[in-house]
Design a protein around this ligand. Structure first.
Ligand SMILES: [Mn+2]
Length: 319
């Protein structure tokens, strides 16, 4: 079967924790490179390291909206948007390597604009312990990494909404979330008001992540496909598997389920861009989180390229 879409991968690093100052995600790109991620990805696909984007320094100052470092977040997201956009324009598949999850607004701005220019529908599949669907009004912390999914859907701070060339970048009906287990009260109200489809961990455990992801892919395919962006926050994994994250929440995904889901996403041929965010290298233990990130990405790329990766053989038997 022919696979549609880009056959080379451009990794864009965004070394900042502007969205949750001090959470440690600024060390993510350097930590993943030091763990050998680029070399390992290069074994399963044609991968180019597009380097790190840069953005302003920040101090966590709270503005009138009650949110921290909003202008700085918007600036970092703009830098991500531009470099991810260049990968897409050159026919590549962008992998945005965070950094904290606020940066997803930048990659979504690029991917949504790319989809629109091609006349294709745009969808986002979001893997996270948190929905990141707060608005400045509902956010208890004021950290901008809790806002990007809502902002993409057109709800939020004007400075963050201005990262995209248009708004909303994403229809709430085209957003689906998996692995959720830490939802703020106002955030839950936002999700319900927007009718976002989000799967909390009890439902994920009952139905299995692969079944839920398969249903989501089937629904998108039945609706005519389009450009599907995957935003993967490493804190969706259980902290036993991925301790190196800024905001760990117990009761998360096991690695085999996540890995099978990523391989399904790759094999679907529907995915056009991806984020891997919130790796706090300084909190990792025995390289577990970096190793998990590497397995997820190599599994995705190998499946998307229609290859069998020898390292995945034990999981083939599980699946
Ligand atoms: Mn997140």
């Amino acid at each position: 079967m022919m696979r549609k879409g880009a056959n080379w991968y451009g990794v864009v690093g965004a070394p900042t924790d502007v969205g949750h100052v001090g959470c440690g995600a600024a060390a993510g790109p350097a930590g993943l490179r030091a763990a050998g991620l680029m070399r390992r990805l290069g074994q399963v696909g044609l991968v180019a390291d597009m380097g790190d984007v840069a953005g302003p320094a920040y101090d966590g100052a709270v503005d009138v909206s009650g949110c921290r470092s909003v202008a700085e977040t918007a600036s970092w997201c703009g830098a991500v948007r531009d470099r991810v956009g260049r990968v897409l324009a050159a026919g590549g598949f962008p992998i945005m390597m965070g950094g904290d999850h606020s940066l997803a607004l930048g990659s979504i701005a690029a991917a949504s604009a790319h989809a629109r220019a091609q006349g294709r529908a745009f969808h986002v599949l979001w893997f996270d312990a948190h929905p990141d669907f707060n608005t400045p009004e509902t956010s208890p912390s004021g950290n901008t990494h809790g806002l990007p999914a809502a902002t993409a859907c057109g709800l939020g701070h004007p400075l963050m909404l201005s990262v995209g060339a248009f708004t909303p970048l994403l229809l709430p009906a085209h957003l689906e979330q998996f692995g959720i287990r830490d939802v703020d009260p106002g955030e839950r109200a936002n999700l319900r008001a927007a009718s976002v489809r989000f799967h909390e961990m009890p439902a994920v455990r009952a139905q299995g992540l692969p079944a839920l992801v398969g249903a989501a892919l089937a629904r998108i395919a039945a609706a005519g496909g389009g450009h599907v962006h995957v935003s993967f926050d490493l804190d969706v994994l259980d902290p036993a598997v991925a301790p190196g994250v800024g905001t760990p929440v117990p009761g998360g995904l096991d690695l085999p389920s996540a890995e099978i889901a990523m391989r399904m996403l790759g094999a679907s041929g529907l995915i056009g861009s991806l984020d891997l965010v919130e790796f706090a290298a300084g909190h990792d233990r025995e390289g577990r989180t970096a190793s998990a990130a590497e397995r997820l990405l190599t599994g995705f790329i190998a499946a998307r390229n229609g290859r069998r990766d020898p390292a995945m053989a034990p999981l083939d038997r599980v699946a």
